[in-house]
Every structure is written in structure tokens, then in C-alpha cells.
Design a binder for this molecule. Structure first.
Ligand SMILES: O=P(O)(O)OC[C@H]1O[C@H](OP(=O)(O)OP(=O)(O)O)[C@H](O)[C@@H]1O
Ligand SMILES: O=c1cc[nH]c(=O)[nH]1
Ligand SMILES: [Mg+2]
Length: 218
């Protein structure tokens, strides 16, 4: 399915088409981008996309005294935030989102994709308390088959999470469909909906293996 058709079908999917975001995504795609630069860009994109993904957070007016007068001004009112990273590659993105809200709690879900089955394999789980009372932002740069993100969000729901949103940098149309089949209630904030998955379930044109490029492994 084409990007425009996906956006028509799922009104709660937002593609961040801001020129800064698109420029940085293109730098990530470049195979000559260094590990250092790749890591920095992922973090910056976490902040930029996180900004859009939190646009609807509730505020309440409080009284503040400026040097000149008293005024009623907005502060964040809503539920407390929890950023949940799907390791490894999600960690870079989580650091960027944390810049918006440094006091947010952070949950870690460790999973890697089995190269044969393309199914996620769990290796770690650690969450802060009161997941059910928080706004949860799950982050992973890549949504390929959608299996990892869908499984991570299933875990969050089983732990009681009700208010969940998902951020990624690159998504394949096939992965979005699979994700939405399981989690139609979870809004998605995406840098780019790419063309397709290849025969190894890599996103094309994509960036290759995001975790390897962030950490310089192979
Ligand atoms: O949508 P999917 O088909 O499930 O693929 C996407 C997953 O693959 C990557 O992680 P990977 O398994 O490479 O682990 P890593 O972060 O440790 O590199 C990526 O960060 C996602 O978690
Ligand atoms: O293209 C892809 C697919 C899965 N994981 C990645 O890091 N990249
Ligand atoms: Mg990887």
C-alpha cells in the first residue's frame, strides 16, 4: 500500500514531514554516515518526533509571578510520562525523547529479531511502577514486519498500560498493516513510510540494520 493510502486508512498515523526531520532521515540512509553521526542523528530525531508525538498532552493554567505582574500560564497537567525503548536500537531514540521530559521514567524491553523466523526473541524487561497511570511512548527506529513493536506493545497492555503511543523513524507498509491489525488503538508517529520489505524483511530503501549502525556492530 502507498503511503498516502495508509494515511487515509489510519487517521491516527502521523508522518513527520518537517524539512529538518526529512533532511536528517536522509543523512541516516547514507551508507557513508559514520557511527558517531548516525547515533547523534537518531537522538536528534527522537527529540523532534517526540515533540510532535506529545503535542496533545494536557496543560493547566497556574499562577506565576513574573518580574512585572502575576499571570495565569500553562504547565503540563496530564499523566506522568514513561518512555519505553525496544532495545537495542530504541535506546538512541529514547535519549532524544528524554530531552523533552528529563524526569520521565524509562522502561526497557530487550528483544531481537530471529533472522530465520523474523519473530522477536525476548531477553530483558524492566518497567517503572504504575504503568497503568502513565502515558507510554514506545520507541524503536525500525518497524519492518511489525512483529517486534506489536509484541512489545502487547507486553505493555498485559502490564496494564492503557495510554500508549508508538514512535519510529522508518516503517514498511506491510509492518504498519500488521501492527494496526493488533493495535488499532495505538497512534503512530513515523519519520518515513518506506517502499517495502525485501526478501530478508529489511526495509527498502531503509538504513540497513539500525542497531548495528548506532553501535558500530555487525
Ligand atoms: O518489525 P520487525 O520485523 O520486528 O523488525 C524491527 C526490529 O528489528 C530491529 O531490531 P533488531 O532485532 O535488529 O535488534 P537490535 O536493536 O538489537 O539490533 C529494530 O530495531 C526493531 O526492533
Ligand atoms: O530494515 C530493517 C529491518 C529490521 N531491523 C532493522 O534494523 N532494519
Ligand atoms: Mg539490529
Amino acid at each position: 500500500m502507498k503511503s498516502a493510502d495508509i494515511l487515509k486508512k489510519y487517521p491516527d498515523i502521523t508522518v513527520i514531514d518537517h524539512p529538518f526531520v526529512q533532511h536528517k532521515l536522509t543523512s541516516l540512509r547514507d551508507k557513508n554516515t559514520s557511527t558517531r553521526e548516525f547515533r547523534m542523528l537518531v537522538e536528534e530525531l527522537g527529540t523532534l518526533i517526540g515533540y510532535e508525538a506529545t503535542r496533545d498532552l494536557e496543560t493547566i493554567d497556574i499562577e506565576v509571578e513574573t518580574p512585572l505582574e502575576k499571570a495565569m500560564c500553562p504547565v503540563l497537567k496530564g499523566k506522568k510520562l514513561c518512555i519505553v525503548t525496544i532495545m537495542r536500537a530504541g535506546n538512541g531514540l529514547a535519549e532524544g525523547v528524554l530531552k523533552l521530559s528529563p524526569s520521565a521514567r524509562v522502561g526497557h524491553i530487550g528483544m531481537y529479531r530471529d533472522p530465520e523466523t523474523k519473530q522477536p526473541v525476548d531477553y530483558y524487561l524492566k518497567m517503572p511502577h504504575s504503568i497503568d497511570e502513565r502515558t507510554i511512548i514506545v520507541v524503536d527506529p525500525m518497524l519492518a514486519t511489525g512483529n517486534s513493536a506489536a509484541a512489545a506493545i502487547e507486553k505493555m497492555k498485559k502490564m496494564g498500560a492503557k495510554d500508549i503511543r508508538f514512535i519510529c523513524l522508518f516503517a514498511a507498509p506491510e509492518g504498519i498493516e500488521a501492527f494496526k491489525e493488533e493495535h488499532s488503538d495505538v497512534p503512530m508517529y513515523i519519520g518515513s513510510i518506506d517502499r517495502e520489505l525485501d526478501e530478508h524483511a529489511y526495509i527498502r530503501p531503509g538504513v540497513g540494520d539500525a542497531g548495528d549502525r548506532i553501535y558500530g556492530t555487525r
